[in-house]
Design a protein around this ligand. Structure first.
Ligand code: IPM
Ligand code: MN
Length: 347
């Protein structure tokens, strides 16, 4: 454990700065006084792009490398063409810092709404591959804009990339009580990549005889997310399937306002980055309606990653207690929720 935390903060666009402010408030409140928190704020996102045309200059990327971790709010704005900030900033960070584990836990907290019948016991974590798949930008288009246009978006899957994320998922499953790992893919159609994923899981599984291994096609997995979510413990899947499944996971566990994520480089070679799963929600920016809980839970993931287990647990307990007392009829502001959580975790 470091004696201090040198944190990079990228508030970003829309509600990003609002939720990040509350995340930092809770972080400052939970850390013991002997742990020094240093933060550096990076002006990246839509307004920087409008001003300078830059998304993520090399010099900023270099500066970011020196931090212990990155806290990111949200990236994206309707005034910027789709893909510019997503590719040029968010995905660039994930790829440049080799965030091959995109960790997205889902838990149904008491008293949180779910569209599912009954209150299933949901507690699983999606280990989404973060540096390969169809996200690599390997493709192109011919005869663009004509009726004869042809477009490809090729999914990249390497033995190296698949094995390292599969190993991480097995380690996480081994550390959890249910000890179950489900590979989600579509190997009845995507036979080449599906073969690599399935073979890798089967091979690594031999080193983990205590872990129950399951396989589901992604379409079937979406059914089970709704009809039987308690069957999942650790899910390992590729970048795109993981993107889609984790929005569904958020929807069944209280919504996107509670979904946290970590973009993790487990080797420590680069700083890991923590962010709420939700986007910049420009429609509610500045209204105080954004729920900062997803960011606060992302701060807990950040603390766990840096070795502050007790502090991470205090944040999660505070969120559990806060949610237990929430009353949907009397919504609270972003700041009120942040204040309440900060008060609960304070020493
Ligand atoms: C997410 C987002 C991103 C993704 C977009 C904004 C590039 O949807 O973090 O899930 O697809 O990974
Ligand atoms: Mn997504």
């Amino acid at each position: 454990m470091a004696s201090g935390i040198n944190l990079a903060v990228i508030p970003g666009d829309g509600i990003g700065p609002e939720v990040v402010a509350e995340g930092l408030k809770v972080l400052a409140a939970v850390l013991p006084s002997e742990v020094k928190l240093e933060t550096a704020t990076y002006d990246l996102g839509a307004s920087r792009w409008h001003r300078t045309g830059e998304t993520l200059p090399e010099a900023e990327l270099e500066r970011l490398k020196a931090h212990d971790a990155i806290l990111l709010g949200a990236i994206g704005d309707p005034t910027v063409p789709s893909g510019v900030l997503e590719r040029g900033l968010l995905l660039k960070l994930r790829f440049a810092f080799d965030h091959y584990v995109n960790l997205r836990p889902s838990r149904l907290f008491p008293n949180t709404p779910t569209p599912l019948a009954g209150r299933p016991d949901i507690d699983f974590v999606v280990v989404r591959e973060g540096t390969e798949g169809p996200y690599v930008g390997n493709g192109g288009s011919m005869r663009t804009g004509t009726p004869a246009e042809v477009a490809t978006e090729v999914s990249l899957n390497t033995a190296f990339g698949v094995e390292r994320v599969v190993r991480d998922a097995f380690e996480r499953a081994a550390a959890r009580p249910a000890k179950k790992l489900t590979l989600v893919h579509k190997n009845n159609v995507l036979v080449h990549a599906g073969h690599l994923w399935k073979n890798t899981v089967d091979r690594v599984a031999r080193e983990y005889p205590d872990i129950v291994v399951d396989y589901l096609h992604v379409d079937a997995a979406t059914i089970f997310f709704v009809t039987q979510p308690e069957r999942f413990d650790v899910i390992v899947t590729d970048n795109l399937f993981g993107d889609i499944l984790t929005d569904l996971a958020a929807a069944i566990t209280g919504g996107i306002g509670l979904a946290a994520s970590g973009n993790i480089n487990p080797t420590g070679a680069f700083p890991s980055m923590f962010e709420p799963v939700h986007g910049s929600a420009p429609d509610i920016a500045g209204t105080g309606k954004a729920d900062p809980t997803a960011t606060v839970l992302s701060v807990a993931l950040l603390l766990r990653h840096l070795g502050y287990q007790a502090e991470a647990a205090r944040i999660e307990d505070a969120v559990t207690a806060d949610l237990a007392e929430r009353d949907a009829a009397t919504p609270r502001t972003t700041e009120t929720i942040g204040d309440a959580l900060a008060a609960r975790v304070a020493n």
